[in-house]
Write a protein that binds this ligand. Structure first.
Ligand code: SF4
Length: 463
């Protein structure tokens, strides 16, 4: 993608603003079924050990607890201020790591460990240390310098000293929830967070040698205006985080209870929401950030931007990553794993997850075995989401198909996107244009066989 500021046509974006998956997986999680359990995950892990070239691993640790509810939140989280829940949760994570680690061959390096939530720093540094120790005991942590150990941090509940402890434990990447600095917006979403405490945490991450700091913002929140949001953006840009994620707020109160506290009349209308997105793109690209894809921007020398330039960018449940083709093992309540050609998920309910761990059983309770069509479409969608292009001969060679015939229906669906200048189709390749990259989900949706049945679960909109 060119570094020039993106030209945005609001009428065009509005036309494509319809619900769709975020494609952190294909098929998306709502299509996981209930007949995939502990035995299936165990078999998948054991089978994945048999690959002729040992496949590296990513580990995801889900920590569900948060001290207070942000009203916009759609995550699987448990609101509590009772810190005494931390040690028991961490102890069960250690047991789950022991169970999964026992199945994985030790010649398979762990190249990425990510703690997400919820609020991972709800756990005290000593509890996080216990989990990292278990990772080292039960898996082989890669010695490579590009190995990542990352954590999502809530700047409201972490001290500068905590950040120093996290860095000393080995965390080298942090992503900070910010969303918006405007006091009215913060009150409307029940997330009061000062600029000073946020900047202190960013400074502490850097002072303690973390390789990368990322900031998450949300557009489309109640009471947001272009003027107020541009102040937030200016503050963030001045702090110069390596990565910035700008997520669109998805108002789905029928699905997420906390969102019922949001006054619908305070939400920006579609036109205003687009203006917020346009403002973010304009300011970030003008400040030198490169658009990576979906909601992500990075400084040009950040590893994600470099991976995008070199064609090695990947995408998994944790978002964009530089680590190629790893198997992902998720531990903790609701965590998702992607092993070989399977996806699976742990129970979303804490008591069910706890009961499985206490009985010495892998807690996976739903999932899916990918068939050849899933693997093929996942490959095409991954290529679109990460590189904004599909090399047709490569796909044909990898999957033994004739692209034009196999994807005749998808190519028909792409025709209006071609006419609107979002996509270019040539004999050997499909390329998403710069403007089309703002609508990657819409492009990917043309290759999604499951979309007809997705209405069971409300999806967020493309913008
Ligand atoms: S946005 Fe983050 S901190 Fe707020 S409730 Fe959701 S998971 Fe917790």
């Amino acid at each position: 993608m060119s570094a020039a500021p993106l030209a945005i046509d609001p009428a065009l974006l509005r036309r494509y603003d319809r619900p769709g998956p975020r494609y952190t997986s294909y098929p998306p999680a709502p299509h996981f079924g209930p007949n995939f359990g502990a035995a299936a995950l165990r078999d998948a892990i054991v089978e994945s050990n048999g690959d002729p070239i040992p496949r590296a691993l990513s580990l995801y640790v889900h920590v569900p607890f948060c001290a207070s509810p942000c009203f916009y939140c759609g995550c699987n989280r448990i609101i509590t201020r009772d810190r005494s829940r931390g040690p028991a949760y961490a102890a069960r994570i250690v047991r789950e790591l022991a169970m999964t680690g026992a199945l994985v061959d030790r010649d398979r390096d762990v190249v990425q460990v990510h703690f997400g939530g919820g609020t991972p720093n709800f756990l005290a540094p000593a509890e996080l240390a216990g989990i990292l120790d278990a990772v080292k005991r039960h898996f082989t942590l890669s010695p490579r310098p590009d190995r990542d150990i990352s954590i999502e941090i809530d700047p409201r509940t972490v001290s500068v000293d905590d950040v120093a402890e996290l860095a000393a434990l080995g965390f080298d990447r942090a992503s900070l929830g910010v969303q918006d600095f405007d006091p009215d917006v913060q009150r409307a979403v029940n997330r009061i967070q000062s600029v000073a405490e946020t900047l202190d945490v960013i400074a502490a991450c850097r002072a303690n040698g973390m390789r990368s700091v990322s900031v998450d913002l949300i557009y489309g929140l109640p009471l947001q205006t272009v003027t107020s949001f541009s102040r937030t953006l200016a503050t963030v840009i001045e702090a110069r985080p390596d990565r910035v994620a700008i997520y669109g707020y998805a108002h789905l109160p029928q699905r997420f209870k906390a969102q019922r506290h949001i006054v619908e009349g305070d939400l920006p209308a579609a036109e205003a929401k687009l203006a917020l997105l346009a403002c973010a793109i304009r300011m970030l690209t003008a400040a030198g950030y490169v658009y990576i894809g979906m909601d992500h921007f990075a400084l040009p020398d950040d590893e994600l931007a470099r991976a995008q330039r070199h064609g090695t960018l990947q995408r998994n449940f944790m978002g964009y990553t530089t680590h190629a083709q790893t198997d992902l093992i998720g531990v903790g309540v609701s965590a998702i794993s992607h092993v070989g050609s399977t996806f699976s998920q742990n129970p979303r309910e804490l008591p069910l997850w706890e009961a499985a761990i206490d009985s010495g059983t892998l807690p996976a309770c739903r999932g899916v075995w990918l068939d050849a069509d899933d693997v093929l479409r996942a490959d095409v969608i991954q290529s679109l989401m990460c590189h904004g292009s599909v090399a047709i001969p490569d796909i044909e060679a990898r999957h033994g198909i004739e692209f034009a015939g196999y994807f005749a229906n998808s190519l028909t669906q792409l025709a209006p996107l071609v006419a609107d200048g979002l996509v270019r189709i040539e004999r050997d390749r499909i390329d998403v244009t710069d403007v089309g990259r703002l609508l990657l989900r819409n492009v990917a949706m043309c290759f999604d066989r499951y979309l007809e049945t997705s209405t069971v679960v409300p999806l967020s909109r493309a913008i």
